[in-house]
Design a binder for this molecule. Sequence first.
Ligand code: IPM
Ligand code: MN
Length: 370
Amino acid sequence: MPTYNLLLLPGDGIGPEVMAEVKKIIAWLNAHGMGTFETDEGLVGGACYDAHGVAVTDEIIAKAKAADAVIFGAVGGPKWDKVPYDVRPEAGLLRLRKDLALFGNLRPAICYPALAESSSLKRDVVDGLDMVIVRELTGGVYFGEPKTITDLGNGQKRAVDTQVYDTYEIERIARVAFELARKRRNKVTSMEKRNVMKTGVLWNEVVTQVHAREFKDVQLEHQLADSGGMQLVRWPKQFDVIVTDNLFGDVLSDIAAMLTGSLGMLPSASLGETDPKTRKRRALYEPVHGSAPDIAGKGVANPTAMIASFGMALRYSFDMGRAADMIDQAIAAALAKGLRTADIKSDGCKLVGTTEMGDAILTELERLAA
Ligand code: IPM
Ligand code: MN
């Protein structure tokens, strides 16, 4: 069994609390001969800023590049609201994504049957939902230059962000989406705003071409991103794989998260290109939820998205599909037992904290392995 190196970056807020539950799972897999993981840990975000004056150090970037996978918690919080823009906590995450070239962000939204009541939507709309948002992660308006605020000298300032996409960036993210769809229900919905944005025009054109050239067997449809957002809450089960740019993907994936009952349920994988020689691919796994400073340190955060993110690492970085399935089943089983953290609490269920939820998932994992 190969030894895999994991770099754990818990970050800020609830990050360390939910990461502690993943550490239990890693220790359990090691102890039961289901994997050989070595872990290293580092600072990122506000925690890194407090220690080193930057949101991520060169040393951590080097470790992240060398690791087989990075497992990331969350960054940010009001404590760092006033720090300079380029060293704000989020800059650490953005630099990791950019320096590791993690352009493909997979954000599955699965509604566990036990949680269909926790969604703000009606049960029949979300029950059984199983879709993935593929978000482009290293381009678009989050990274485009110029990105400035200029003083116009007349009491006015002007802020500029630049939305920019090259053909190759759209091609490679489209391929991620089509390939993923082939392993699922074979349908891709591409979302952009071609009616008002040039990047939308190019996005639509390139996705259409990649489809015609390489993926004719996959069903492709296009939706404008605003109307796509509406469809996402109207009838989300029409979607299998949605592919969209960095900004729309950020917004639409938070919406998709809520369909599943809580932001605390949504994992994600951020993947780079596969190296043709080593067959390895850089990857970072993180929950979609943020650092939730309002509940940090209280032991009430939901560790499910963090644990499921580690499950995605098993699936996408280590080809451990069976173990990944077991983690998903263990989560479903713990929920079916009626255990709920505060974010997904409902009548007649047992309210538990972070460690109890983590322990319950581990217990189910043990049961499944036996
Ligand atoms: C996300 C987050 C990040 C983003 C922030 C923390 C920089 O909202 O991963 O969705 O905007 O991409
Ligand atoms: Mn976001």
